[in-house]
Design a protein around this ligand. Structure first.
Ligand SMILES: [Zn+2]
Length: 269
């Protein structure tokens, strides 16, 4: 599943390509799964809207739309496991599993392709802010306050989208390693100093991954349909049994919050 850095990369790529475009028409497939808003409603509301901006909120892609009359709406895209947003010339054949096509004034099309149909599309009237706090902009004090009194593990807390949104399994493991915190530690018992270190580590790993263009190991493509992002070197994620890059101790794997969790038993206490 694409994580925050991948979604940010895709949102930025789509923004560069379609910002300022006007939607001429909208087509949706007959499958019911991807649509949180009825396709008929989207097909009648989207034409004529101008794409003011495309940006990431949590793990959602938000398209800010403006009508000529100044009416504002948002088109929300969640990529799910395999969803892709592609900007294509209209004469490029549509791929199998294309569920939405917005025809743009420039003659190009914005296409939503999703083989497994876990992605979601919705049209909103009010600004989407997501369920939790934004890990790249939250202050140290607010970050620490999120975990106060929480009895769950810090790994589970990082993955809890109602606390922080957009942090997935890879960056939870990688940031806990960089902060030297054992993933099993009870979130509410971590000292402020350790939480400050985690706040910094999380921002560092997310920003490095965004700079590298996302580092998901799953198969998704960017807005041009080009596969193959740079791979940021993971220090613990999926390195079970391999030596820790800092101390040489074999990386261990356990399961927390239902997710494979990777850590160095020496460096993370
Ligand atoms: Zn180590």
């Amino acid at each position: 599943m694409p994580e925050l850095p991948e979604v940010e990369t895709i949102a930025n790529g789509v923004n560069r390509r379609v910002r300022g475009e006007t939607i001429l028409s909208a087509w949706f497939s007959s499958y019911p799964q991807p649509f949180k808003t009825p396709p008929d409603e989207m097909a009648s509301a989207l034409p004529g809207m101008k794409i003011a901006q495309v940006r990431r909120v949590g793990k959602h892609i938000v398209m800010d739309l403006e009508s000529r009359a100044g009416e504002r709406r948002q088109w929300l895209v969640h990529l799910g496991m395999t969803g892709q947003l592609l900007v294509s010339a209209a004469d490029v054949p549509r791929r199998p599993h294309t569920h939405a096509v917005l025809s743009l004034a420039s003659g190009r099309e914005l296409r939503f392709v999703d083989a497994r149909r876990f992605g979601r599309l919705a049209l909103l009237d009010i600004p989407f802010i997501g369920p939790g706090r934004e890990p790249l902009t939250i202050s140290k004090a607010d970050f620490a306050a999120l975990f106060r009194g929480r009895k769950l593990s810090i790994k589970a807390a990082l993955l809890n989208q109602s606390l922080l949104h957009g942090v997935g399994n890879i960056y939870a493991d990688e940031s806990l390693f960089r902060a030297g915190i054992r993933p099993t530690r009870v979130a509410g018992r971590l000292t402020r100093e350790r939480l400050d270190r985690l706040h910094g580590a999380l921002r560092t790993v997310l920003k490095a991954a965004i700079r590298a263009g996302g580092s998901s190991v799953s198969d998704y493509v960017d807005a041009d349909g080009v596969a193959g992002f740079f791979q940021v070197q993971h220090r613990v994620y999926m390195r079970t049994g391999e030596p820790c890059l800092v101390c040489g101790t074999p990386i261990r794997r356990t399961v927390l919050a239902g997710r494979g969790t990777h850590y160095c038993p020496q460096c993370q206490r």
